[in-house]
Design a binder for this molecule. Structure first.
Ligand code: AMP
Ligand code: MG
Length: 405
């Protein structure tokens, strides 16, 4: 059996980052920058007021109260050509440019408007009060976001503010997903003897999207070598990777194994983990293919441990694994020695003691998806006799966990 770490590094080593592309900045959310973003414009673009109030010369407010004539008004989006002289005030709204001559703004709450275009100023201000200076957020030439940064909505906002209309990013991986098995149906009708309802493809499609990939759904492929070969050859022509489920074990109809063994450069692994021991990885015409096991829970675990980090690497991410932490198992996690690391699905919860506590999702069979579907973490239980109540255990936080990546 192959240790999980060896399998992971083998897969990562064969999944190179995709070639960067230029995209519109507002289509970059969630993608990884392939080049540094350097500001070409300053933000704010001009000195402006942080408050609604009156632009003044600060020295005029040295002794208060003081009454000043209001000689002009300037709203956000407007400007005034009036140059403020000693003893004058200009009514001004948040975001409007500071008029020439003024060096401070008195907030409206510290003033009283008087008859005849005059204002009483009730508190003194220092020069610079409530003035937001040009460039005090961003200056031209600032290296704001280095290559490797994951674009967030706030970063999209900054890109807009500096007029960075296109950015160089690593694109989303376009990933084909398919299921194999003559037993699979999804037409909603009654089940014939031996049939089951397809579930992995729907599940894996969502997991791929959550990982940031674009999904190409290739449907269910029958356990037929010729049919599978056609589908796979088409898929690698137009996609960056292929994820299949089923057909990688030792059964007589494990056609994924048979076909890929013939047409692709594959490595078949028995990984020292439970569930998800069988796993296939290789390339067909240079395109990575992940052959996940068919049991639904094994499919999830295999995807999380092997496919997801590799797909993230292809999309330029530097942080490939999900967040993992040390948690406490209050009830213990039972197992028997078998030479494998057990990846138990657990419910993780942060408690008032500042620690993460986990309890088993109960049914741990690799076909028992319903219990695993409620889990939000995977506990990594080393080979041996399990962990007694109160032990510490490493857990990988999945989507939906408080700290999950
Ligand atoms: P296999 O890996 O093809 O030997 O399949 C292992 C088990 O997973 C069998 O019980 C299959 O019926 C089941 N299985 C395989 N593919 C799927 C799927 N797409 N959806 C639900 N169950 C599946
Ligand atoms: Mg099968």
């Amino acid at each position: 059996m192959t240790p999980l770490e060896d399998a992971q590094s083998f897969v990562l080593g064969n999944c190179a980052p995709l070639t960067p592309v230029d995209v519109r900045f507002d289509a970059s959310d969630g993608l990884v920058l392939a080049a540094d973003v350097v500001a070409a414009e300053e933000v704010p673009p001009f000195d402006n007021t942080a408050v609604d109030g009156y632009a003044v010369i600060a020295a005029d407010t040295a002794s208060v109260p003081v009454e000043l004539p209001v000689v002009a008004e300037v709203a956000a989006g407007a400007a005034t050509s009036h140059v403020v002289r000693p003893g004058e005030a200009v009514r001004i709204m948040t975001g409007a440019p500071i008029p020439a001559g003024a060096d401070a703004v008195v907030m409206v709450e510290e003033t009283e408007r008087l008859e005849g275009e005059r204002v009483r100023i009730n508190s003194s201000v220092q020069a610079g009060a409530a003035v937001r200076h040009a460039g005090d957020d961003v200056r031209p030439g600032d290296r704001l976001f280095p290559a490797g940064t994951v674009v967030t909505p706030a970063i999209v906002g900054v890109l807009a503010s500096i007029n960075a209309l296109t950015v160089s990013v690593v694109p989303r991986a376009k990933v084909a997903v398919l299921s194999t098995g003559d037993e699979l149906v999804e037409d909603g009708g009654p089940l014939e003897p031996g049939q089951i309802r397809e579930s992995n493809r729907k599940m894996l499609s969502g997991m791929l999207r959550e990982a940031g990939c674009d999904v190409v759904d290739l449907g269910n492929v029958r356990d037929d070598e010729a049919a599978l070969e056609t589908v796979l050859r088409d898929a690698v022509g137009g996609c960056d990777a292929v994820v299949s489920s089923g057909g990688v074990s030792m059964g007589d109809y494990d056609v994924v194994k048979a076909v890929l063994g013939r047409i692709a450069d594959m490595t078949w692994m028995q990984i020292a983990i439970k569930p998800a021991k069988p796993f296939a990885f290789g390339t067909l015409d240079g395109t990575p293919i992940f052959g996940l096991p068919g049991n639904p829970v094994s499919s999830i675990v295999s995807f999380e441990m092997l496919a997801r980090p590799a797909l993230r690497r292809m999309m330029g991410h530097r942080k490939l694994a999900r967040q993992s932490i040390v948690a406490i198992t209050d009830d213990g996690l039972a197992r028997r020695p078998d030479g494998k690391v057990h990846l138990l699905r657990v419910l993780a919860e942060f408690r008032d003691d500042g620690r993460c506590h986990v309890r088993s999702a109960r049914a741990q069979g690799s076909h028992q998806l319903a219990a695993t579907a409620l889990a939000n973490a995977i506990a990594v239980v080393p080979d041996g006799d399990g962990l007694p109540p109160g032990s510490e255990v490493a857990v990988v936080l999945l989507q939906g966990s408080a700290l999950g990546a």
